[in-house]
Design a protein around this ligand. Sequence first.
Ligand SMILES: *Cc1c(COP(=O)(O)O)cnc(C)c1O
Length: 231
Amino acid sequence: MGPQNLPEQVAAIRARIAQAAQAAGRSAQQVTLLAVGKTQPAAALAAVAACGVHDFGESYLQEAQQKMPLLTQLPLTWHFIGRIQANKTRPIAAQFAWVHALDRLDIARRLSAQRPFHASPLNVCLQVRLGGEDSKGGVEQAALPGLAAAVAQLPRLKLRGLMALPPQESAPQRQRAWFAHLRQLQQQLNSTGLALDTLSMGMSEDFEAAILEGATIVRIGTALFGPRTVQ
Ligand SMILES: *Cc1c(COP(=O)(O)O)cnc(C)c1O
């Protein structure tokens, strides 16, 4: 897929988001398209931004730091969606507006302490390990309420919601069940007095199922940009 096709791809994804939202009785405005540009060149991100996409996700700090300076003229909101190493928290706290895969209090404390004083609080989602898969990060469900309560107290973070990378299911109903579960966890936290407004769930293969279960941010890479070539 060449960059010349990107406007078509953006339009196609937006149409699918709108259709899924409508099927769920929701407004398409309630679903943010987060373009996941990892491994894609800055020019491809700029082409997608030209179609009115503002939110971009990156998983690797070094790669993001190479592209961001090339795109400063554009009104972009940057989301860090990868795993966060303790020695990378300072640049992440400085250069991103959102972090999606927070799963440890020590990392949260560092991000809060290192968020520049002139910036608004860093928006964060807690990643929940839904399927119990060893290969994936995320806080265990039993530890989620404690972590959420502690993160909500940190002055320079704004706890926005939950994120998950559930196992891939071939049956759409089973895929939906994972997303429904994340929504229930959010509701449980909100019943304890938190005010989480974000569910970051759904990727290229399953974003419609996620929207049907309440996703407010869908993180889409390959369905938008085409296959990744490296990493
Ligand atoms: C790469 C990635 C995505 C996008 O995946 P696609 O299947 O290409 O849409 C979404 N979320 C996270 C955390 C990722 O690392």
